[in-house]
Design a protein around this ligand. Structure first.
Ligand SMILES: [Zn+2]
Ligand SMILES: [Zn+2]
Length: 251
C-alpha cells in the first residue's frame, strides 16, 4: 500500500472511522472526524480528546478539507518563499508520519494482545482437552470393567440356567418314573381282582427290570437301586405268591 492509498482514522478512541471530506487537526498532532471535532472543539477551552492537551491558541485547532480543490491547491502556498513552502510541507509530512506510526504501534499492540489471547486460549483448550481425555479414559475403563462384569454375570446365569434345566430334567424323569410306578401298582391291583394271578405277577417282574425308555440313565440308576425294594413291594402285594399256593394246592 502506497502512502497516498493510506487513509488516516479519527483519533477518538471509540470512533476510529476512516477520514474523508472535512477533518479537525490539532497542534498536538491529532486528527478527528468532522462529527467528533465539531462536538469536542465547540467547548472552551478546547481539550484534545486523544491526549488531553489544552488547545487555547488561535491556530491550535483547524478544520481542513482533506481533498482540496485544484484551485485551492494552486493558491494556498503561492507567493511564499521556497524555505517556507518546504517548512510547511515538512511540518505536514511530520504530522502524517506521526499518525501512521501511531497507527502502526496501535496495530502492533492489538496484534500482540490478540496473540497473547490466542496463546491463553490454546493453553486453556489444551488443558480442557487433557482433562476430557482423562475423563474419557476413565469412562472407557469403567465401561470395560462393566462389560467384564456383565460377561461374568451372563456366564453365571448360563451356569445357573444349565443347572436348573438339569434339575428340571431330573425332576421330570422322577415324576415320570413315579407316575409309571403308580400306574403299574394300580394296574396290578386291578388285575389282582381279575382271574389271572400268574400273568399279573410276570408282567410286574418284566416291567420292573425294563425301565421306560424315556427315563434313560437316570431311570436305570433308580432301578439299579430299586429292584430289591420293588420286588419286596410287589411280592408283598402280588397275588401270585399269595394266590398261587392255594390255587395250586387246589389243583
Ligand atoms: Zn470520529
Ligand atoms: Zn492531542
Amino acid at each position: 500500500m502506497s502512502a497516498s492509498e493510506y487513509t488516516l482514522q479519527c483519533n477518538f478512541h471509540k470512533c476510529r472511522v476512516k477520514l474523508s471530506g472535512f477533518a479537525w487537526v490539532t497542534a498536538c498532532s491529532h486528527i478527528f472526524c468532522d462529527r467528533h471535532g465539531s462536538v469536542e472543539f465547540s467547548r472552551t477551552p478546547a481539550i484534545c480528546p486523544a491526549c488531553s492537551s489544552v488547545l487555547s491558541g488561535k491556530l491550535d485547532v483547524l478544520r481542513t478539507e482533506l481533498v482540496p480543490s485544484e484551485q485551492y491547491k494552486s493558491m494556498v502556498l503561492v507567493g511564499l518563499p521556497p524555505e517556507t513552502i518546504l517548512d510547511i510541507s515538512h511540518k505536514a509530512m511530520t504530522f502524517w508520519t506521526y499518525q501512521v506510526n501511531q497507527e502502526r504501534l496501535l496495530m502492533e499492540f492489538n496484534l500482540s494482545r490478540a496473540g497473547g489471547q490466542v496463546v491463553q486460549m490454546e493453553k486453556f483448550l489444551t488443558q480442557q482437552n487433557q482433562s476430557r481425555e482423562l475423563e474419557l479414559n476413565a469412562l472407557k475403563e469403567e465401561v470395560g470393567s462393566l462389560k467384564k462384569r456383565l460377561e461374568e454375570y451372563k456366564q453365571k446365569y448360563r451356569e445357573v440356567l444349565d443347572r436348573l434345566n438339569e434339575r428340571n430334567r431330573q425332576y421330570q424323569k422322577l415324576q415320570g418314573l413315579f407316575e409309571s410306578n403308580q400306574m403299574h401298582t394300580l394296574g396290578t391291583s386291578e388285575k389282582e381282582t381279575m382271574s389271572h394271578p400268574f400273568t399279573t405277577g410276570l408282567v410286574k417282574q418284566h416291567s420292573l427290570h425294563n425301565s421306560p425308555s424315556f427315563l434313560g440313565q437316570e431311570g436305570n440308576r433308580f432301578f439299579s437301586l430299586g429292584p430289591e425294594i420293588a420286588n419286596t413291594f410287589f411280592q408283598f402285594n402280588s397275588p401270585a405268591r399269595d394266590g398261587t399256593h392255594p390255587f395250586i394246592k387246589k389243583n
